[in-house]
Design a protein around this ligand. Structure first.
Ligand SMILES: [Zn+2]
Length: 300
């Protein structure tokens, strides 16, 4: 089986050790099982993304030795200077794709205009700090005119989404109970992460999503959205551990928050950073230098 997966950072800051953990899993699993890696820059939120962060993350990937099979780093750089080749995938280029996906759902009466503010939702659906707010469907029956807001929600009807996580085993999630109707575009016209990734994963023929287990709760709604958008190809999931010491103790702030850029400037070599990230996500029993070529063996 040829598994295509993706590494999809957002250029809203510098890469840090958490990104390296994800990249180790993405490239290691792809290389171990004969898959390929697509690089996608997730810059759908134009208010937070910056070109210099994109430059920095491309540079850091090159330095660490992560080479995408689809969307080479030099193709991203070249496209910025008006020399498109190699099809770099940036979400900011995909406006028409998201609009068409939304229109296809709208034509089947699966979307509606939402005029609620964040504060409205907090009032309608009180939730504990750290708990996910569930949108109670206030605007579903209201039939607001298209002109009242740019915000659109997709109906999440009752029912379980079942999936088999490659690491965690069988899972069941109910999007209607977890989050309610999913926001796909906000009132400023920004596409949401949930919607953009699902539409892109279909367009990019992604077979397996490899990501941190902090995102596990959003899998069911993404599967539901994908089915609503007509995805037929099976989609597999592999949620990996986040950064933590193998004994469960917390990471120091320096390990957790320091950017790859700062570590490079301080003279750390790429193999040492890879080894540190592999150790801190439980892939190695102790920190040591680790080369890119050793990654597949961690997953076989
Ligand atoms: Zn609403």
């Amino acid at each position: 089986m040829l598994w295509r997966t993706r590494f999809a950072p957002a250029p809203t800051g510098y890469l840090h050790l958490g990104h390296v953990v994800n990249a180790i899993h993405v490239w290691g699993i792809a290389r171990a099982f004969g898959g390929e890696v697509l690089l996608r820059i997730e810059d759908h939120d134009r208010t937070r993304c910056r070109d210099d962060y994109e430059d920095a993350l491309l540079d850091d990937l090159d330095w660490l030795g992560f080479v995408p099979d689809v969307g080479r780093t030099d193709s991203f750089r070249a496209s910025r200077h008006g020399h498109p080749h190699g099809h770099p995938q940036r979400q900011s280029d995909n406006e028409a794709r998201y609009a068409a996906a939304l229109a296809s759902l709208g034509a089947r009466d699966l979307t509606y205009v939402c005029t609620c503010t964040r504060r409205d939702i907090a009032r309608q659906a009180p939730h504990a700090p750290g708990e996910e707010p569930r949108y109670p469907g206030t605007c579903r029956e209201a039939r607001h005119a298209e002109t009242e807001s740019l915000a659109r929600r997709v109906c999440m009807d009752d029912g379980m989404e079942l999936f088999d996580d490659r690491r965690l085993g069988p899972m069941r999630q109910s999007p209607a109970d977890q989050c309610g109707d999913v926001l796909v575009r906000d009132r400023h016209g920004q596409w949401t992460y949930q919607f953009a990734v699902v539409v892109d994963d279909i367009a990019h023929d992604i077979d397996v999503v490899i990501r941190g287990e902090d995102l596990l709760a959003s899998t069911g709604r993404q599967l539901r959205l994908a089915a609503m958008l007509g995805r037929e190809r099976p989609l597999h999931w592999w949620h990996h551990p986040l950064l933590v010491h193998p004994d469960g103790s917390k990471l120091s702030k320096a390990n957790r928050d320091t950017s790859i850029r700062e570590r490079r400037a301080a003279g750390v070599c790429a193999a040492a950073l890879l080894g540190e990230a592999a150790f801190l996500s439980g892939l190695l029993p102790a920190a040591r230098d680790l080369s890119i070529d050793e990654l597949p063996a961690l997953f076989r």
